[in-house]
Design a protein around this ligand. Structure first.
Ligand SMILES: [Zn+2]
Length: 403
């Protein structure tokens, strides 16, 4: 038990005491029965048994419109502490009282649905939330938000899309509304990622045409959706349309240059299929000029190695590393050293290379702009803050700062 919980429980106990005292003034006949539960609760609390005290306090406090919020608050506190079974019991206890108003019944239903989400009982939560959307206008918005959680957890992207569209502001369907936020994010951005998720599923089952349609819908709702453009590039490549793939992938450079590194592999493939292998090098050089990035530098060095030999590649890296130092560049530079190094020098260089490669593997490459979560792989859905599309590749300077 945390100090905060015990403190809160004491506060709760004082609240009940006050309520019972006030109530007994108006109804002297119940003076003798209710306080006994209350004092039992206090005794449990003073004995250091706050878990049992909770139940005693709940029994002591009658459910009515005056005490409903207190019951709800206690249930929510227990849910946040991970005691979901107790929270469910409290909220189910509320629903068993016929004296509650319709509005309060809806509120208790909403809290019970949240308990079910926390407990992983998603089917039950979904049923309650759908009923609320249907029958409780005052809870409709918040019920839909929780439904998004349910459908996200179930990876039911079709249903998630349906609910997200209902959450879009009706008069602003043609553009992203900066004022309407879903957990701090514009719902249009969230919706675009749902379309991307569904498009990925369709692509995996070979439904390229439907996947393309879904990705275009993603871009309709969020025209800066990098993920949709990358997926469109993949779809076009798989459909044998490399020129279209290049068109989509190149767009990313205009508004999200940090993602260029994520497109190089696909662009190489696409340029190769249209017979323009030299064009990719020129494109990379252009990108590197405006957005120097170690990944692009390494790709250029690789091209130079193949086209002009190791001397050219070394020269390029020497020059670039002075201005934009990176461990990846250093590792490549070591590998490009003449292979006839023998004896101690060759052995030391080999050991140095191993150390550098270990350091590279340990480094984080991506970070969330919203919560700072960082990792080795690109997540479109941040595991830290649960935002969509906020994780991005880091610049080399940023990598230096956080590692
Ligand atoms: Zn985050």
């Amino acid at each position: 038990m945390t100090d905060f919980f015990v403190f809160w429980l004491l506060f709760f106990a004082v609240g009940i005491g006050w309520f019972l005292g006030r109530r007994s003034l108006h109804a002297p006949s119940i003076r003798s029965e209710l306080p006994s539960q209350y004092y039992r609760g206090l005794n449990f609390l003073l004995d250091g048994r706050p878990d049992v005290a909770v139940d005693a306090f709940i029994n002591a406090l009658e459910v009515n419109s005056d005490t409903l919020e207190t019951h709800i608050a206690l249930g929510n506190l227990l849910r946040k502490r991970g005691e979901v079974d107790r929270a469910i019991r409290i909220h189910q206890n509320l629903l068993a009282r016929p004296s509650l108003s319709q509005e309060h019944i809806h509120l208790a239903h909403l809290e019970l649905a949240r308990d079910y989400v926390s407990a992983g009982l998603l089917d039950r939560a979904e049923r309650l939330l759908l009923d609320l959307v249907e029958e409780a206008p005052e809870q409709r918005l918040v019920a839909r938000r929780h439904l998004l959680d349910v459908y996200q957890s179930e990876r039911d992207w079709s249903q998630a899309i349906k609910i997200a569209i209902e959450l879009l502001p009706k008069k602003k369907l043609l553009k992203t509304s900066p004022n309407f936020k879903e957990r701090g994010q514009a719902v249009a951005i969230v919706l675009a990622h749902y379309y991307c998720e569904l498009a990925f599923q369709k692509k995996s089952s070979g439904e390229f045409s439907l996947s393309r349609e879904l990705l275009n819908k993603a871009i309709f709702h969020d025209r800066y959706c990098v993920r949709a453009l990358i997926q469109l590039g993949e779809i076009e490549l798989m459909s044998g349309r490399p020129k279209e793939a290049i068109k989509f992938l190149k767009q990313i450079r205009e508004f999200a240059p940090e993602f260029i590194s994520e497109t190089i592999f696909l662009l190489r493939d696409a340029f190769g299929k249209v017979g323009q292998t030299d064009t990719i090098t020129n494109y990379l050089k252009e990108c590197y000029k405006s957005h120097p990035n170690p990944t692009i530098a390494l790709e250029i060095a690789e091209d130079l190695l193949l086209e002009e030999g190791s001397e050219s590649a070394r020269e390029f890296l020497y020059k670039e590393l002075r201005e934009h130092p990176s461990l990846g560049g250093l590792s490549k530079l070591i590998k490009l050293q003449p292979i006839n190094l023998k004896g101690n020098i060759g052995k030391n260089l080999d050991q140095l290379l191993k150390l550098v490669d270990i350091l590279i593997k340990q480094r984080t490459k991506y970070r969330c702009d919203h919560c700072g979560f960082s990792g080795h792989q690109l997540h479109w859905y941040c595991p830290g803050c649960k935002y969509w599309g906020t994780v991005r590749p880091l610049h080399s300077e940023e990598i230096e700062k956080i590692t």
